[in-house]
Design a binder for this molecule. Structure first.
Ligand SMILES: C[S@@+](CC[C@H](N)C(=O)[O-])C[C@H]1O[C@@H](n2cnc3c(N)ncnc32)[C@H](O)[C@@H]1O
Ligand SMILES: [Zn+2]
Length: 307
C-alpha cells in the first residue's frame, strides 16, 4: 500500500505512526508492532478486535445508494462539493496554488471523508480537483466508514485513497492538525475529533438535507420529516469547536422511477428496518416517473482558535 496519506495515520492501539508498507505486503504495522490486515479490495479494518455498538450499513443499503448515486441524480451536489473543497484546499494551502506549479511542499494537502460510504462524492471531488499535469490532483485522501460493505466499494472506486473501517465516535486514527478539509456527507459528526485532526486553516464541510428534501416521497420512502430547527441544531452541535463560515444551498429537480424511489428508501437510515419485500410491492404501484425536489445544504465551518 503506497500512499502518502499513510503518513498522517496513527495506530489506534498505541497512537504511534505506521511503518511504510512494501509492495505486496498485506498488512499495515505500526512501529510498536500492532498489525492490521489489508483486505483484498484494498481497505484496512482498524477496528478489528475493538468492537463498536454501531450497526453498519448492510450490503443491500450500500448497493442501493451506489445504484442511485451512479445514476447521477445527486451529481449537482457532487459538483458543488468539488468547488467547495477546491476553494477550501487552496485557502488552507496557498503554497499549492496555482495547480501545476513545482513549489516544494512539506506534505500534500489532505482531505478526510468521514462516513465515505462507497466513495461517490470523494471520487467526484478528486476528479474535479485533477487540474494538474496528467490529470493529477496532488491531494491525499482518507475515507473512513464503519461499514466494510461500503469500503469494499469505496476501495474499488478510490484506489488512491486510504480507506479505513473506523467508528467516527471513537478518536480518529489520524494525527492532529493534518487534514485541510474534513468532509461529512449525511454521516455522523464528531466535532471534537474533526477539530483535532484539522489544520488551523482547515475547514469542516458538512452536507445535510434541508426541510423540503424529497418531501414528495418522504412518507413513502419511510424517511423521517426534516425539521426546520435542524440547521440551528447543526451549528449548535459544532459550537465549542467550530463557527459557521458560510452556507450554500443546492437544489436539484429530479424525475425518479419506481426503482430510484426504492433505492432512496433503502439507502438511508430507514434501510436498517424497512421490509424490502413490502417496499418492492409498494413501489410497483407508483407511476413510471415521480417529480421530486432534492434540497441540500453545504455548511462550511472554520475552527475556533482554541479548538
Ligand atoms: C447516509 S450514508 C452516506 C455515505 C456517503 N457519505 C454518501 O453520501 O454517499 C452514511 C454513512 O455513514 C456510515 N456510518 C454510520 N455510522 C458510522 C460511524 N459511527 N462511524 C463511521 N461511519 C458511520 C455508514 O456506514 C454510511 O456509509
Ligand atoms: Zn500501535
Amino acid at each position: 500500500m503506497e500512499n502518502s496519506a499513510l503518513d498522517a495515520l496513527i495506530c489506534p492501539v498505541c497512537g504511534l505512526e505506521f511503518v511504510e508498507t512494501l509492495p505486496g505486503e498485506n498488512s499495515l504495522k505500526c512501529i510498536d508492532g500492532h498489525c492490521f490486515d489489508i483486505a483484498r479490495q484494498g481497505y484496512v479494518n482498524l477496528l478489528s478486535g475493538r468492537g463498536t455498538k454501531f450497526t453498519q450499513d448492510t450490503a443491500e443499503m450500500v448497493a442501493a445508494r451506489e445504484d442511485f448515486l451512479d445514476a447521477g441524480h445527486y451529481a449537482p451536489l457532487a459538483d458543488a462539493l468539488g468547488e467547495v473543497v477546491g476553494e477550501v484546499v487552496r485557502d488552507a494551502r496557498p503554497e499549492c496554488a496555482p495547480a501545476g506549479t513545482s513549489r516544494p511542499l512539506v506534505s500534500r494537502p489532505l482531505v478526510l471523508d468521514a462516513g465515505t460510504g462507497a466513495g461517490y462524492y470523494l471520487d467526484r471531488i478528486l476528479v474535479n480537483l485533477a487540474s494538474g499535469p496528467g490529470g493529477e490532483h496532488g491531494i491525499d485522501s482518507i475515507g473512513l466508514d464503519i461499514s466494510k460493505f461500503a469500503l469494499r466499494r469505496a476501495a474499488r472506486r478510490n484506489s488512491g485513497t486510504v480507506n479505513l473501517v473506523w467508528d467516527l465516535w471513537q478518536p480518529l486514527p489520524v494525527e492532529a492538525g493534518r487534514a485541510d478539509a474534513v468532509l461529512v456527507v449525511f454521516a455522523p459528526r464528531n466535532a471534537a475529533e474533526f477539530a483535532r485532526v484539522l489544520a488551523p486553516r482547515g475547514k469542516l464541510v458538512v452536507v445535510t438535507p434541508r426541510p423540503g428534501h424529497l418531501a414528495q416521497i418522504a412518507e413513502l420512502a419511510g424517511m423521517l420529516g426534516i425539521q426546520p430547527q435542524k440547521e440551528a441544531e447543526l451549528v449548535q452541535a459544532m459550537a465549542g469547536h467550530f463557527h459557521l463560515q458560510e452556507r450554500r444551498e443546492v437544489n436539484v429537480s429530479l424525475v425518479l422511477s419506481p426503482r430510484d424511489i426504492q433505492n432512496v428508501a433503502l439507502m438511508g437510515p430507514a434501510g436498517h428496518h424497512v421490509d424490502p419485500q413490502h417496499l418492492a410491492r409498494t413501489v410497483l404501484g407508483l407511476p413510471a416517473f415521480t417529480a421530486v425536489q432534492a434540497e441540500f445544504q453545504i455548511s462550511i465551518f472554520s475552527k475556533l482558535a482554541a479548538a
